[in-house]
Design a protein around this ligand. Structure first.
Ligand SMILES: Cc1cc2nc3c(=O)[nH]c(=O)nc-3n(C[C@H](O)[C@H](O)[C@H](O)COP(=O)(O)O)c2cc1C
Ligand SMILES: [Fe+2]
Ligand SMILES: [Fe+2]
Length: 402
């Protein structure tokens, strides 16, 4: 746990989670994750912003007591009900007896549904509503669908701190650090991209909407304080610009090659295709879908204009680990506006390829034909064809060069 001063009136209580295997039971955490809660000391009001997961409740309450008399907390601003932020609400309310919850009107019902809180405990705030806290004002900005319908941000006006909750967040524990200038930002921006492509990407148009809305208000952002990952104080707009570029998305000239292969035949084609793509000067990100978690594949898919899927025919269908990747790409709406092609090996019937084609079409991909399918083991002329196929795919990706 790290307690740090963010600005004159704001403190952060940040908890590293290095024990959780999968965030949301989906996303691996090789570098852990942090949960950041904030407290604002106004001259007249003391306000807590979001809590931490339930299994950190005991430590969180003890640490808060080191900063403040819990009875003096006036409000908990609950930006978003997901349990990584709301998990300690009940523990807090047991001792912070004067604390009321402020949240979006959508979140009021969620708080009642999940925590059985009574009407008088949870108050909704309107978009743009400001609260005088004594010496500064806190303004609430509704930013729905980042990444739930309930989400909002708040802005401490004089100190210029934007509490953005999940938006602008990243995976990666903070290891005793808090700020952008204290950490290796390359690591956290990489983890922010993975976080974005795993959690936020399905709602990317709402990121653009939220940033446009906040920009149009002419707010002077001095500090971006998300609920996961570093606080951006020295270059606050860096992470905002990154989120906008990932939301548009701004394509990189590259090809993502995703394949499954039981006995190495489809893999041989994948390698030859990869060589063909690289011969055009285009980078290939190649994934064996049976061995790489889809979280990392989505990070590369996020800004890839061209994808190639390789599958053997398996029980008259597409290889299951490829189906798994397709499910994720579909749920995260990452097909639309991209190109995709197909390759693979089969034994007695090429039924995988029609099925895969149908899936890709329904996900909004533009299909690049002809596909490359081989019966039995690829011959050297099949491998030559695979290289040529890769050259065509590489040339297509080159069209995305700015
Ligand atoms: C469990 C299993 C199921 C298979 N099902 C089919 C099938 O339904 N249709 C087909 O044409 N070949 C089928 N095959 C044959 C494979 O598609 C063929 O061996 C192919 O070369 C495997 O490519 P790989 O080495 O990249 O895994 C199956 C093979 C296995 C091991
Ligand atoms: Fe969330
Ligand atoms: Fe979160």
């Amino acid at each position: 746990m790290t307690v740090g001063k963010v600005s004159d009136r704001v403190y952060c209580l940040s908890y590293d989670d290095k024990d959780l295997d999968l965030f949301e039971s989906l996303w691996p955490l090789p570098l852990g994750v942090s949960y950041n809660s904030y407290i604002i000391f106004g001259d007249e009001k003391t306000i807590l912003l979001d809590t931490v997961p339930q299994r950190f409740s005991e430590r969180f309450i003890e640490d808060l007591k080191g900063l403040v008399d819990l009875k003096s907390i006036d409000f908990l601003v609950s930006h978003h009900l997901e349990h990584d932020h709301s998990g300690s609400i009940l523990a807090l309310l047991r001792e912070a007896v004067n604390c009321k919850i402020l949240c979006s009107s959508f979140a009021v019902n969620l708080h009642k549904a999940f925590f059985n809180l009574s009407e008088n405990m949870v108050k909704s705030v309107n978009d743009g509503m400001s609260m005088d806290i004594g010496g500064d004002t806190l303004t609430f900005h509704l930013t729905p669908w980042l990444h739930w319908p309930d989400t909002m941000m708040s802005f401490l006006n004089l100190e210029g701190v934007l509490f953005s909750c999940d938006a602008f967040g990243s995976f990666g524990a903070l290891n005793g650090k808090l700020f952008d200038n204290e950490v290796d930002l390359n690591i956290y921006l990489d983890e922010a991209k993975r976080y974005f492509s795993n959690i936020v990407v399905g709602y990317r148009e709402h990121v653009i909407k939220a940033v446009e809305k906040l920009s149009s208000l002419g707010l002077n952002f001095k500090i971006i304080a998300p609920s996961h990952g570093p606080i951006y104080k020295f270059n606050p707009l860096l992470i905002v610009d990154k989120y906008v570029s990932w939301s548009k998305p701004e394509f990189e000239v590259k090809v993502v090659l995703i394949y499954g292969s039981m006995y190495g035949h489809t893999k041989m084609l994948a390698e030859a295709i990869g060589m063909g793509v690289e011969s055009t000067g285009v980078r290939v990100a190649s994934f064996d879908a049976s061995r790489v978690n889809v979280s990392f594949i989505l990070k590369e898919v996020l800004d890839a204009p061209v994808l190639v899927f390789g599958t053997p025919t398996y029980d008259a269908n597409v290889f299951p680990t490829i189906l798994n990747v397709l499910d994720f790409i579909e749920v995260k709406k990452l097909g639309v506006g991209r190109y995709a092609s197909i390759f693979g090996c089969y034994g007695w019937g090429p039924s995988a390829y029609g099925i895969l084609m149908g899936r890709l079409k329904s996900m909004g991909f533009n299909l690049v034909e002809p596909f490359l399918t081989v019966r039995g083991a690829p011959s050297s002329s099949d491998l030559d064809n695979a290289k040529k196929f890769g050259v065509k795919i590489g040339e297509l990706a080159l069209k995305f060069k700015k």
